[in-house]
Design a protein around this ligand. Structure first.
Ligand code: ATP
Ligand code: MG
Ligand code: MG
Ligand code: MG
Length: 469
């Protein structure tokens, strides 16, 4: 059975044979885009190459890009543990053409790799195209011999990609794998779409247009290709599994988590192990790329992910910090390809140990308070914003941790109430500062804190040139 490490190599080798430069993953903190929180797709490091601002000495490239989707426009944090296909950290395999080849080569490349090198049966694959993209539909018919009902035309933005409000854009085609009728879910565009039966594995973007400020859309002089395929998703199907978390790599982490907490990886705590395995990867790779836990910005997103994992550790009944004990299993799995992980192993381990030791001191007390609150509440009532704020302010519970804890109990939080309590606290702090004669500094600080603040990340979320792929 091919491991995820083998599959990554097969992909990169295939595109190397097709004349692509094999380029390293860029860091999770984007170098060229301060408006983007984390690198969330393969094209991020090539944005300026696509627009022509930057020149490289190759016109085709292939990468396995580290991605985190835990904030901003693409936020899969709440999916983790619940769907078979989402992670906060994942690897996106991609091939790119910078004004070199276009559709007539990109589609055959993808089809050949999937059906020859990976040997996926053709009758398990189907594709979507943008509804007006006859060219792509024709090509799928010609190259892959897919029947019309397996080439689904989608009229929504899901199949039209934009780099930002203006700039390069174009239709895309998504390739889906059918995991079989025993799994719930319908094909793309159907009413039951959001199940796990038909899973999107690969997205091919055809950059052929340019959106102008005045609303006009013109043809790009240099047509380009940007694709992204989730390694964990292609890995699951190649290993005969339906669920990303059953792949060799994720399974090794789940077993490490089970071992460290003396629990059954497939028992009632199964979901906790999945979340822990996922968050361990996100946390460790972020630290390896220089993010440290903090109370704002990127560091706060890291802290939210860590603390969430730590609550799941606690749910498994562990009496001592656990996360730091899992780092060696991760380095064993991924440190071969990602040497930065190996180099940062000591830092990751120590950061997790200190953070978990600290957080455990308030976690238990906070959870007790939460239980007490819930006891007094009537069936179906939402947790008050004030209570959620107290959990945040006194016990260090990020809002999403409280929401995650409540979700298991079928409850929700009054988010507006939480925001109001937060705003009130800021106003109080602001008032007390203005008396100190440092009002100007304080105003700047509070402005920044608000913009990059702890509950919202509007500063990152905006119209940034964020890649769908
Ligand atoms: P989905 O619709 O399943 O959420 P997407 O359309 O948001 O996926 P893209 O932005 O097109 O995903 O990213 C390209 C590829 O990266 C996807 O086809 C998928 O294989 C993979 N991918 C995207 N998000 C995740 C995730 N959270 N975890 C694992 N793989 C992912
Ligand atoms: Mg998505
Ligand atoms: Mg999609
Ligand atoms: Mg997609």
């Amino acid at each position: 059975m091919a491991s995820l490490n083998d599959i990554r190599s097969t992909f990169l080798d295939y595109f190397a044979r097709q004349g692509h430069a094999v380029v390293d993953s860029s860091p999770l903190v984007p170098r060229n885009d301060p408006t983007l929180m984390f690198t969330n797709s393969g094209m991020v490091q090539f944005k300026n190459v696509f627009t022509g601002l930057e020149h490289r000495d190759y016109s085709r490239a292939t990468t396995s890009q580290k991605c985190v989707r835990a904030g901003g426009k693409h936020n899969d944090l709440d999916n983790v543990g619940y769907t078979a296909r989402h992670h906060t950290f994942f690897e996106m395999l991609g091939n790119f053409s910078f004004g070199d080849y276009f559709k007539s080569e990109a589609i055959p490349f993808a089809w050949e790799l999937l059906t020859k090198d990976f040997d996926i049966p053709k009758d398990r694959l189907l594709v979507t195209v943008y509804h007006t993209d006859d060219e792509a539909a024709e090509m799928w018919k010609k190259v892959a011999g897919l029947s019309d009902d397996r080439i689904i035309r989608i009229p929504t933005d899901d199949n039209f990609w934009r780099m930002g409000p203006t700039g390069p854009c174009g239709p895309c085609t998504e390739i889906f794998f059918d995991h079989g009728p025993s799994i719930w879910g319908g094909p793309p565009g159907s009413p039951e779409e959001d199940g796990d039966r038909f899973i999107e594995i690969w997205n091919l973007v055809f950059m052929q247009n340019e959106q102008h400020e005045d609303g006009r859309m013109t043809d790009l002089p240099r047509q380009s290709i940007d694709t992204g395929m989730g390694l964990e998703r292609i890995g699951a199907l190649l290993q005969g599994k339906h669920d990303n978390y059953d792949t060799d790599l994720m399974r090794a982490l789940i077993e490490a988590s089970a071992h460290a907490t003396s629990s059954d990886p497939d028992g009632p705590g199964k979901m906790h192990h999945r979340v822990i395995a996922d968050h361990l990867r996100a946390t460790s790779f972020l630290i390896a790329d220089g993010v440290m836990p903090a109370n704002d910005g990127r560091g706060y997103v890291l802290r939210r992910i860590m603390r969430r994992a730590m609550r799941h550790v606690h749910m498994l009944g562990a009496q001592d910090p656990v996360m730091h004990r899992l780092v060696s299993a991760l380095v064993h799995q991924m440190g071969g390809h990602y040497t930065e992980l190996r180099e940062a192993q000591a830092l990751i381990t120590e950061t997790l140990r200190v953070e978990e030791t600290r957080f455990r001191q308030t976690l238990e007390r906070g959870l007790k308070l939460l239980d007490a609150e819930l006891e007094g509440m009537s069936e179906g009532a939402t947790l008050s914003g004030g209570a959620a704020f107290k959990l945040y302010d006194t016990f260090g519970f990020p809002l999403d941790l409280t929401q995650d804890a409540l979700r298991e109990r079928g409850r929700t939080v009054d988010v507006a109430g939480f925001d109001a309590a937060m705003a009130e606290q800021k106003a109080r702090a602001r008032a007390s500062w203005s008396g100190s004669g440092e009002a100007a500094d304080a105003a700047i600080w509070f402005d920044l804190a608000e913009r990059f603040g702890v509950t919202e990340f509007l500063g990152y979320d905006m119209e940034s040139a964020e890649g769908q792929v």
